[in-house]
Design a protein around this ligand. Sequence first.
Ligand SMILES: *Cc1c(COP(=O)(O)O)cnc(C)c1O
Length: 373
Amino acid sequence: MEVSFYTSKREYLEKKSEFQQAIDKVLENGIQTLGKEVKDLEMSVEEFSGAKHAIGVASGTDALVIASDILGFKNGKEVITSPFTFLASTSCIAKHGGKPVFVDIDEETFNIDTTKIEERITKNTVGILPIHLFCQMANMDDIMKYAKEHNLYVLEDAAEAFGMKWKGNGESYRTAGTIGDMGIYSFFPTKTLGGYGDGGMVTTNSDELAELTKIFRVHGAKEKYHYDYIGYNSRLDTMQAAILLVKMKYINKAIEKRETISNWYRDRLKDIEYIKLPKVKGDQKPVYYVFNLLCEKRDELNKYLKGNGIGTNIYYPMPLHLQKCFSYLGYKEGDFPIAERTCKEILALPIYPEITEEEVDYVCKKIKDFYKK
Ligand SMILES: *Cc1c(COP(=O)(O)O)cnc(C)c1O
């Protein structure tokens, strides 16, 4: 059996006519940047997330760079973040000369260990950049408390966190990306809300920050050809917005299905002594964008699964403090032992709404077979 890590083909076949209608409509309306569908998607995401403003941009990476620029994560200012993440969460700080200051992660959630943040705050610190990874949010109560006490901006990298909820089981929950000063989503194809190409969004509850984001995405022009800032050309593509609007109709179902699949995995894998399953900490509602294991003999298991037709992924094989591009920051091996160890043990299994129980059965059987050998 072949089980791909991710495929858009099944979704496409299920929703083919809806996608085609949506795309035809964009074409019929004629060429337009930031067209009607972009505005409709922004409104739809505002409603879904509870953010006062959602502003479509070209990618999650651009969303991070623009937000970092606006919040002043630049020119030697320090921003506290985690080294266990995708490059873009840190390169957005470094891009304009800001200084990423890393702290280690929590060994169970893989998110920033908030108990280690305060000791790294200096006169030069301007912000905290938490990343809500894989299935759960970083401890936003702690982060907002430190931010308030030390007058820092918070930029939430919610690229992977569409639909995650803090205090998610109560009435007064807040969604990922809407608690800090600014947040960002990525619509990269594999993400929980993914397009068929690149896309991203900035969220904020501040009218002023929203206005700046809108100006920055069109070259810094408040009025056409009048530039108040040196901005970007970073618009969400109208065609992608049209596709994403179709997917928004099914987003709650897709999130529920991811939860069901995660339970299939938990059920079948719970008795294997060589692996650890994800643990969700704090009062929050997870969304299973990624289903990870921590496992013994990770590389051998990974090879075995691949040899049996199963797609896997390693998020992330190397922490950012050890990457060549950040060597100038002066970190060395051993600085963040939990992040470093996690990179050696973590393995992501296939999870997407259209995967079948039979396929999950097969993946779990192969994992069991591997450890029986
Ligand atoms: C995917 C991702 C990004 C970047 O998003 P793109 O849309 O691919 O640019 C940033 N941060 C994290 C944690 C991500 O997973």
